[in-house]
Design a protein around this ligand. Structure first.
Ligand SMILES: Nc1ncnc2c1ncn2[C@@H]1O[C@H](COP(=O)(O)OP(=O)(O)OP(=O)(O)O)[C@@H](O)[C@H]1O
Ligand SMILES: [Mg+2]
Length: 480
């Protein structure tokens, strides 16, 4: 202290220099609020030269909108130190604290305001809040869509009929899974009916009067997925200021929670889910006490989970826990005996919906039987809906089918390959076919490239080379 006084003796402006070196804004007034001095940071903050502020009373400056509210006016009025958030003329936000300086007798002789810029912090917080609100909006929409899908009642009346060996055996397993109350896993390619099956299992189970809640683990970023699933406590992280939020696990109480695309779930959430499966308890984000929920978990994936175990991207203990009861939904090309029945089922459905009475020609049904159906039942259903709407005549003919089906069938049956085509021609044709299949299956060039084990730029070059057209439909993209 003495040393400091000594220094100040040598340099009478020492304390002013110190205050000038501070990045936070400092403003000093006398006991009436008349400005005596402010540092450069404060000058910069107000954006006007200090000689336009010194000598003026903070009450007048406040009226002119230089700051809102004046922390020093408040401090002097209340006779004690005050903290507030102050907005300055340029819209920036500051944490402002006013301090009273008193003499030996306790009389106020001056007041000092100290202001720190919190604009960025506030922005981040409100951004988080915006995200939270958006998320809330989307989850509501997803729930609404889920309910709409439920209202269509397909899961209720679909009997998973079908006489192919693979479908008969899948049906038997589905019935067994529905009769017990343990975790189950549904595997199968895209469009084979995994989501429908999950709902069907719920409806056949003793939980049928409880809620059926589903979430697609691939559809949300990791942190949002966690808060969606487990919920969070009030004020557990910046931005989670409001009320806290119930997670889907709680929302599914007494019912079934369907974790779709579980292969996309990040490892740390796999751990939390495994814990829930083992104990029926979980921790909402920021909670101190575990919560109990009576929920059955059904998971589905089109990924090769066993392959992911080796890569370390899926926890083996969770896999074995899920894999106790597994049903594999057959790909259409592996259950060709069902194609005709399913085609007629969808034809009736869409004839009814669009008030038409169309039929398939023999040739069309033959094409259906030969085609590889990379998009499985979904592809068959979408195609038939389109054919019912778009075909001109009562009878749906081969000419109404998409080029790719006819071309593909020619490829598999044409003698030209064995007799006349050169090896490079056949290889190119195969490459093209693989690309089309992958694009149809994965619905995006990024995922298709991953599926094929090539880079996205190589895939894009091949798409251009073969002039494959990417067509965007209402809900997904596919190729022709
Ligand atoms: N046996 C069936 N009977 C009638 N419709 C079916 C049948 N199986 C599947 N579908 C229909 O096919 C479409 C795809 O089914 P679903 O969404 O259940 O497949 P998925 O395997 O979950 O696909 P993804 O892997 O892309 O999520 C849906 O419209 C579904 O109603
Ligand atoms: Mg699905």
């Amino acid at each position: 202290m003495e040393k400091l006084f000594e220094l100040s003796h040598q340099n009478p402006a020492l304390f002013v220099d110190i205050l000038e070196s501070i990045k936070d804004a400092i403003l000093i007034t006398d006991h009436e609020g008349t400005t005596l001095w402010l540092n450069s940071a404060s000058e910069e903050m107000h954006g006007i030269p200090r000689n336009k502020i010194t000598g003026r009373n903070v009450r007048d400056l406040e009226k002119e909108g230089l700051f809102e509210p004046s922390v020093l006016r408040m401090t002097l009025e209340e006779g004690k130190n005050v903290s507030t958030v102050q907005t300055v003329g340029n819209g920036k936000k500051y944490i402002a604290t006013g301090h009273l300086v008193k003499n030996k007798d306790g009389k106020v002789i001056a007041a000092v305001a100290h202001l720190r810029d919190i604009t960025d912090a506030v922005k981040n917080t409100s951004k988080l809040q915006e995200i939270e609100e958006l998320l809330e909006k989307y989850s509501a929409q997803i729930r609404k869509l889920t309910n709409m899908q439920k209202n269509s009642n397909r899961a209720e009346y679909v009997n998973f009929g079908g006489k192919s060996k693979s479908r008969v055996s899948a049906r038997k397993i589905i019935e067994k899974i529905a009769a017990v109350d343990t975790t189950a896993l549904i595997v199968g390619e895209t469009g084979t009916g995994k989501s429908l099956t999950a709902e069907k299992i719920h409806m056949l189970s003793k939980r049928k009067n409880g809620p059926f809640i589903q979430i697609n683990c691939a559809s949300l970023p990791d942190s949002l997925l966690e808060s969606e699933l487990f919920g969070y406590e009030k004020g557990s992280f910046t931005g989670a200021t409001s009320k806290g939020k119930q997670g889907l696990i709680q929302a599914a109480e007494t019912g079934t929670l369907f974790l779709d695309e579980i292969g996309e779930m990040p490892i740390h959430l796999q751990t939390k889910i495994l814990h829930f499966l083992q104990s029926k308890t979980y921790m909402p984000i920021g909670a101190r006490e575990p919560r109990y929920a009576d929920v059955r978990i059904i998971a589905a994936t089109n990924r090769d989970l066993e392959g992911m175990l080796a890569e370390g991207t899926f926890r083996s203990d969770l896999f074995y826990r899920l894999n106790i009861l597994t049903v594999k939904m057959p790909a259409l090309r592996e259950s060709r005996d069902d194609i005709k029945d399913l085609a007629i089922y969808f034809l009736d459905l869409y004839n009814g919906k669009y008030n038409k009475s169309k039929h398939f020609s023999e040739g069309v049904l033959k094409n259906f039987l030969q085609y590889s159906w990379p998009g499985n039942v979904r592809e068959l259903e979408n195609l038939i809906e389109r054919l019912v709407i778009l075909s001109e005549d009562k009878v749906i003919e081969e000419k109404d089918l998409p080029q790719k089906m006819i071309r593909r069938n020619m490829l598999s049956s044409s003698p030209s390959h064995s007799n006349h085509a050169t090896m490079p021609e056949i290889l190119e044709e195969m490459e093209k076919k693989m690309i089309i299949d992958a694009l149809e299956k994965e619905n995006s060039t990024r995922k298709a490239a991953k599926y094929l084990g090539v880079t996205q730029s190589l895939l894009m070059r091949r798409i251009r080379k073969y002039n494959i057209q990417l067509v965007v439909e209402a809900s997904k993209s596919f190729v022709k």
